[in-house]
Design a protein around this ligand. Structure first.
Ligand code: ZN
Length: 199
């Protein structure tokens, strides 16, 4: 590439060979030609200037500094609102069934809720509320609840398949859209965790 001082890195889709050279927000890329979703190798990520010191799959630069000292419920409400901007609202529609299915307590303000079942039976999904995190995995008999203070004391949330887990416990179960999971929910839980640890 004579004369060009910037290194140009082209990543090719493993399915169709289409090239990708845009800005990366996570280590996963959806091919704009064929829609295949693939993970970049460490070498490719390094070459593209993608840094991920905390190894959560997201570019470290993508997370704005957290300057807020709001209590966790206020922070969570605002973070959920901001995250849902431009996202298909039907994915996060509330219903009596999912509120019951997650055993959400009376008095909780629900900031984000998702029914992950095909026929919206409320039998699995997750929610973020004023008091903490609710999640019910597929096939689980009942939901479990992680308070904000328990969340702050646990390990860093990790994305494993369709789940975000903390110390092995699922705190988010979302299988409807990989893009929304990776680009909206993972950064949201990461922000929530960082704030919970701080306040
Ligand atoms: Zn492709």
């Amino acid at each position: 590439m004579g004369g060009c001082i910037m290194q140009i890195v082209v990543v090719n889709c493993p399915a169709c060979g289409g090239s990708y050279d845009g800005r990366l927000t996570s280590r996963f890329v959806t091919c704009e030609y064929c829609g295949t979703r693939f993970a970049l190798s460490e070498d490719e990520l390094n070459a593209l200037g993608f840094t991920d010191a905390d190894d959560d799959g997201l570019d470290d630069e993508d997370l704005e500094p957290d300057t807020s000292s709001d209590p966790m419920d206020v922070f969570a409400r605002e973070a959920c609102e901001a995250s849902l901007k431009g996202v298909d609202e039907s994915l996060f529609a509330s219903s009596t069934k999912i509120v019951r299915g997650l055993n959400i307590r009376d008095g909780d303000d629900i900031y984000l809720i998702h029914d992950d079942t095909l026929f919206k039976s409320g039998k699995d999904g997750f929610a973020i509320t004023s008091s903490g995190l609710y999640c019910r995995e597929m096939g689980e008999r009942s939901a479990h609840f992680v308070s904000w203070s328990d969340f702050a004391q646990g390990g860093k949330p990790e994305l494993i398949d369709s789940y975000i887990r903390q110390d092995g416990t699922s705190i988010c179960y979302f299988s409807d859209s990989n893009d929304v999971r990776d680009d909206v929910l993972v950064p949201l839980y990461r922000r929530l965790y960082r704030h919970a640890c701080k306040v």
